[in-house]
Write a new protein. Structure first.
Length: 472
């Protein structure tokens, strides 16, 4: 890192571009201003090439060489190209027009492209370019960053749930001792929830429209009244993107889902659905971060030490669960932004207002705080070591939890006042094994049932927890 870059990082207003820049680096080329410009160039050129294939006499098909050149503008888009567009914008004061002019400037010295230059941005409103670019940004961020991170968390927790499937653990409902479970089963609960939430994120269709100033193909039909512009637009939007190694002479598209009805802007309902789905995934992780923080506090988990790390400036013994605290805090920031995006973006006055524009520029910030939290959580999970001794001690001091199985067996055999008898022995008291064993021996139930209850301990009273954990 150069001195200039170091200064820029340390003076960044947002910690995503400062202190935590390295943890969100994967999102930067996708969700930054440069990433947005890159997608705008992709959309403009994809539309331009598709028009050349439409059979219009006024725009003959492009040569393979010109198509390869255009595809290269997309594939090789660089920071320098983004800066060049920004320089044009200083004159135009219009970001989409600056992209159009930049593309036309690249046509210099290529006669066929120069002759067809007015078909760049043909019949498009800025929002035709912007909404499709946003869909492409979200597609890339979801596929390349968010879902892979979610999968790493799910895989790590699934591995833990399998490893600890049969390790008994005392439950705490309302913070009080309750029927035992296993460590693996409690982690499996989280895994199953996260898998369902992950499927919701993956299942959201990313929509885009290219239908003109107010969604009616007005300008398109003014130019070619007999042409099926709606079908053409659908084809451009839904044809898959060219693969990285695909030849330039294939059919190009954007690879998202066609939105047939819109005002000037795509309604953004799918964005709300996507951001709500990410926020739901994040909320589950908030729940888990708080729980595992508590388990560390109880001593159920130890944290592996890292040489040189300090837990407190004054208390040398401390090993704080900072990664889970960091995750919880950043998940909260992410969800605050995601929920604002979900609530605000579907609302636009009449055929459009501009309130969505500046809000949309914060999509990367919302996803960035999510990614930062996922990173912290994974670091924290990798530090955890199970403390089976602490788990066993906790269980051995909670014999009162066997009041439940004893009174349930008593009910089976018709013993009157089963619940009340156990309540008298256990409620609000320190219960010892011998207290329960004395009661069991006095019961009028079959001898085999007495022996089964006498053999039971808090650590063995876990029901199907191990089996359920193993299935998750």
């Amino acid at each position: 890192m150069t001195a200039a870059n170091s200064f820029a990082s340390i003076s960044a207003l947002s910690p995503l571009d400062g202190r935590y820049a390295g943890r969100v680096a994967a999102l930067r080329p996708l969700m930054s201003e440069q990433g947005f410009m890159h997608r705008r160039v992709q959309v403009e050129i994809t539309w331009f090439v598709a028009l050349s294939e439409a059979g219009f006499q006024e725009f003959p098909a492009l040569s393979a060489d010109d198509r390869a050149f255009l595809l290269g503008l997309v594939r090789n888009f660089s920071a320098e190209d983004a800066e060049a567009i920004k320089a044009i914008e200083k004159t135009t004061n219009h970001d989409v027009k600056a992209v159009e002019y930049w593309i036309k400037d690249r046509f210099a010295g290529r006669p066929a492209l120069e002759a067809a230059a007015e078909f760049v941005h043909f019949a498009c409103t800025s929002e035709d370019i912007n909404n499709t670019s946003h869909a492409l940004q979200l597609k890339a961020a979801r596929e390349q960053v968010i879902l892979p991170s979610a999968d790493k968390i799910i895989a790590k927790l699934r591995s833990m749930s399998q490893a600890y499937a049969a390790v008994p653990m005392l439950s705490r409902t309302h913070g009080q001792t309750a029927s035992p479970t296993t460590v693996g089963k409690e982690i499996a609960n989280v895994v199953v929830r996260l898998m369902a939430a992950r499927a919701k994120i993956a299942g959201v269709k990313l929509l885009a429209k290219m239908n003109g100033a107010v969604g009616n193909y007005n300008a398109h039909l003014a130019a070619w009244p007999e042409f099926d512009w709606e079908a053409f637009s659908r084809r451009v939007i839904e044809t898959p993107e060219p693969a990285a190694d695909a030849p330039a002479n294939g059919r190009w598209g954007l690879g998202v889902t066609f939105q047939p009805y819109s005002i000037q802007i795509e309604p953004h309902d799918y964005m709300a659905e996507l951001f709500d789905a990410v926020a739901r995934f994040n909320t589950i992780l908030v729940d888990w971060s708080r729980d595992v923080w508590g388990y560390v506090s109880l001593g159920y988990f130890k944290q592996r030490l890292k040489a040189g790390e300090i837990g407190s400036s004054t208390m040398p013994h401390k090993v704080n669960p900072i990664d889970f605290e960091n995750a919880e805090g950043n998940l909260g920031l992410a969800n605050a932004l995601l929920r604002h995006l979900a609530e605000k973006l579907p609302v636009s006055r009449w055929q459009r207002d501009l309130t969505d524009s500046t809000v949309l520029r914060n999509m990367g910030v919302a996803l960035g705080y999510s990614q930062l939290a996922y990173s912290a959580l994974l670091v924290g999970l990798d530090k955890l070591e199970l403390n089976e001794e602490a788990l066993a001690d906790d269980l051995d001091n909670a014999w009162e939890v066997l009041a439940e199985p004893i009174q349930t067996v008593m009910r089976r055999y018709g013993v009157q006042g089963a619940y009340e008898k156990l309540k008298e022995v256990t409620r609000g008291k320190t219960v010892r094994a011998e207290d329960l064993h004395g009661l069991i021996r006095s019961l009028d139930i079959p001898l085999a049932e007495k022996e089964r209850l006498l053999a039971m301990s808090p650590a063995s009273y876990v029901g199907k927890a191990a089996e359920l954990a193993g299935r998750a």
